[in-house]
Design a protein around this ligand. Structure first.
Ligand SMILES: Cc1cc2nc3c(=O)[nH]c(=O)nc-3n(C[C@H](O)[C@H](O)[C@H](O)COP(=O)(O)OP(=O)(O)OC[C@H]3O[C@@H](n4cnc5c(N)ncnc54)[C@H](O)[C@@H]3O)c2cc1C
Length: 329
């Protein structure tokens, strides 16, 4: 498949993650423009059924299935995928700028001496060159980065940067099973426990609506009204770093430069001042609503709608109004 576009898909508990469909959609566009085929790869244990599912989305699907790959590990995945890349020599490898993608793809790129543009919001082909758009300076501006060179090029795309669209007709891709060639001693880390989120909780990077709370919530108890609002909107719950540092919420809730980068349709920031490091994680949200009692808070500079109010009054009122609207439907 030398010269093709290869998409590194992600799965959890035997289900494809939404980011996989997003980057497959981008991969289809790029491979069509380049006039090459589109391949996908899925890695894990017991993931063969996903190979069939992915064959609707790509011309070829590689399945690397091994008990050693049941949990994600940098060592195991790098070894398994490094071998695939060395054998197949794709022109472009696309992956998600997710926690897994951020960890894996720099190492893979180094292993095959390829180029890497990470955390991109877009990728286009211009005059035969791959040109990415990347946020820089804490999302204050965007840089256009062209990938040059002969080797394999890697691009990681941010979650929610692409709207996933199924192919018009199933692509009927060939499913190719690959040997994993990963031994237990290749993996230097051990997964001791997997802490699952609350049942039914929406993953931040996949959510269409996020309600986040900041230090203004004043504690775990105060955070309750943020969660109530989120529940009524069927939204994911986010938090600023202050909340995480104070121990009111786990780090998995943190939005920002050292947390998760999100881009939902609607982001509601309550009791969050809008520090640059927080904005770095949510600035690209389609609509931003800020609730803050300080009319000078920097969050209002990026907000599409601002409510200057005490969040302990505004959140329950909003929750109540949404409940009423839903009851009318
Ligand atoms: C290297 C580095 C990385 C960082 N990474 C991140 C990151 O990933 N994510 C992140 O969020 N931060 C990050 N930070 C921290 C960041 O600089 C801020 O300190 C943090 O975002 C502030 O959190 P906050 O807005 O909740 O708190 P504050 O800045 O204290 O703001 C609280 C806000 O709540 C409002 N408020 C208070 N009471 C009420 C009320 N009753 N009703 C309504 N509003 C009220 C106040 O007016 C204020 O605007 C990082 C900092 C550094 C140095």
């Amino acid at each position: 498949m030398a010269g093709e576009v290869l998409v590194l898909c992600e799965q959890a508990d035997g289900k494809l993650k939404i980011i996989s469909n997003e980057i497959l959609t981008k991969g289809r566009e790029i491979s069509a423009t380049l006039g090459t085929e589109l391949a996908a790869v899925i890695v894990g244990s017991g993931v063969e059924p996903l190979g069939q599912e992915l064959s609707n989305w790509a011309n070829r699907v590689f399945v690397i299935d091994s008990p050693q790959l049941a949990s994600y590990s940098t060592d195991g995945y790098t070894k398994a995928l490094g071998r695939l890349l060395t054998e197949q020599q794709p022109r472009l490898v696309l992956c998600g700028a997710s926690s897994q993608g951020r960890d894996l793809v720099p190492r893979l790129a180094a292993r095959v001496k390829g180029g890497l543009a990470s955390n991109c919001s877009d990728l286009k082909v211009e005059d035969g060159r791959l040109v990415t758009t990347r946020p820089v300076y804490g999302e204050k501006t965007y840089a256009q980065v062209a990938l040059k060179g002969e080797g394999i090029q890697f691009v990681s795309i941010r979650p929610k940067a692409v709207v996933p669209v199924e192919p018009e007709a199933p692509m009927g891709g060939e499913v190719v099973k690959m040997e994993a060639d990963v031994a237990p001693e290749d993996i230097r880390t051990k997964v001791v426990d997997v802490l699952k989120g609350v049942e039914g909780m929406i993953e931040l990077t996949e959510a269409d609506i996020i309600v986040s709370g900041g230090r203004g919530t004043k504690g775990e108890e105060g955070f309750g009204c943020v969660e109530e609002l989120a529940k009524e909107l069927n939204a994911a719950v986010g938090a600023s770093r202050s909340v995480v540092d104070a121990g009111w919420k786990a780090h998995s809730y943190q939005v920002g430069q050292t947390g998760k980068v999100v881009s939902p349709q609607l982001y509601i920031a309550t009791g969050i001042s809008g520090a640059i490091q927080h904005l770095a994680g949510m600035r690209t949200s389609k609509v931003i609503v800020a609730i803050n009692k300080d009319s000078e808070a920097p969050i209002f500079k990026v907000a599409d709608y601002g409510i200057v109010a005490d969040l302990f009054k505004a959140c329950p009122l909003l929750t109540e109004e949404i409940r009423k609207l839903k009851a009318q439907q």
